[in-house]
Write a protein that binds this ligand. Structure first.
Ligand code: SF4
Ligand code: SF4
Length: 291
């Protein structure tokens, strides 16, 4: 057990650094901004911030779902939303001096539109204030209601993401019962059909007991509905009450999945032990001249 829970050497945090990193950090602290990067002690902060990429969470910190890998608190926010959030978020993006912002959120099954309208307001506010900043929205599934997916896709964002998190067989074990493998695929498929210019993206955590074959099958399912980017990272158990890590996937295996993914036609496949869905999202974007 101890062997299995001890982290391998390749998961040691990297030292943050770089000129732009220092500048973003100064701005964040001076204006007391909150980012997922800092709050989750993300090991990629040096790299991401140094390249002008950060992640901000919107729609509160209490989720109506309870996925078994996720450390976010579960509860019922009873329709609460911060009406100033779109403007404040846009202000934060401007203050930080970013080039690429990832917006993420909790699931809001308590809201009539599952939060789609508020999400879109946040994107629009950012685009009004800083039109040069690329926006990626890592969204909830909006209970698969096409109208809500469209609301977000039409907000002016560049990248629309919904995470499949794991392979089909493990979905029930890993994700909240209201989430679904097919449900996520349908959301991504609809987003792409609705606006083919929008980049679609999804992420998987590895080390939950999935097989190589299942990972390759998942990539095929994703390509079949036009998903452009898939990311692979190591699952880490946030507390002892969460799902255990079944296996530490080696850096070589991650690299192999990246190559397989590129062969299958994904635009980019960020894949590595410390990759998060938002890891260096700007690079993927710029490499493909999508701006
Ligand atoms: Fe965490 Fe998202 Fe699942 Fe909510 S829906 S518990 S925020 S992973
Ligand atoms: Fe922030 Fe995501 Fe980069 Fe981590 S991977 S530093 S959370 S943008």
């Amino acid at each position: 057990e101890a062997e299995r829970t001890r982290k391998p050497s390749w998961l040691r945090a990297r030292m943050p650094g770089g000129e732009r990193f220092e500048q973003v950090k100064r701005n964040v602290h001076e204006h007391r901004l909150s980012t997922v990067c800092e709050e989750s002690h993300c090991p990629n902060m040096g790299e991401c911030w140094n390249n002008g990429t950060a992640t901000i969470m919107v729609m509160g910190s209490v989720c109506t779902r309870a996925c078994r890998f996720c450390a976010v608190d579960t509860g019922n926010p009873k329709g609460w939303l911060d009406q100033d959030e779109p403007e404040n978020t846009a202000h934060s993006v401007e203050m930080m001096g970013l080039r690429y912002i990832v917006l993420t959120s909790v699931d809001r099954d308590d809201l009539d539109d599952f939060g789609a309208g508020h999400y879109a307001d946040c994107v629009r506010a950012i685009k009004r204030r800083t039109p040069h900043v690329a926006v990626e929205a890592l969204t909830p599934d909006f209970d698969n209601i096409n109208e809500h997916v469209e609301t977000v896709v039409d907000s002016g964002l560049e990248v629309f993401a919904q995470n499949v998190e794991t392979v089909e067989r493990l979905t029930e074990r890993v994700r909240d019962p209201r989430a679904g493998y097919k449900k996520t695929l349908d959301v991504l498929e609809h987003a792409k059909k609705h606006n083919p210019k929008v980049i679609t993206k999804t992420s998987l955590m590895l080390g939950l007991g999935e097989t190589e074959e299942e990972i390759l099958e998942t990539m095929d399912d994703l390509r079949a509905i036009g998903v452009d980017i898939v990311t692979f990272g190591q699952y880490l158990q946030p507390t002892r009450n969460h799902l255990p890590v079944e296996r530490w996937v080696t850096p070589e295996e991650f690299e192999w999945y990246r190559e397989k993914g590129l062969e299958k036609g994904f635009l980019e496949v960020p894949s590595g032990p410390m990759v998060r869905s938002s890891y260096r999202a700007d690079r993927v974007f710029e490499k493909n001249n999508l701006g």
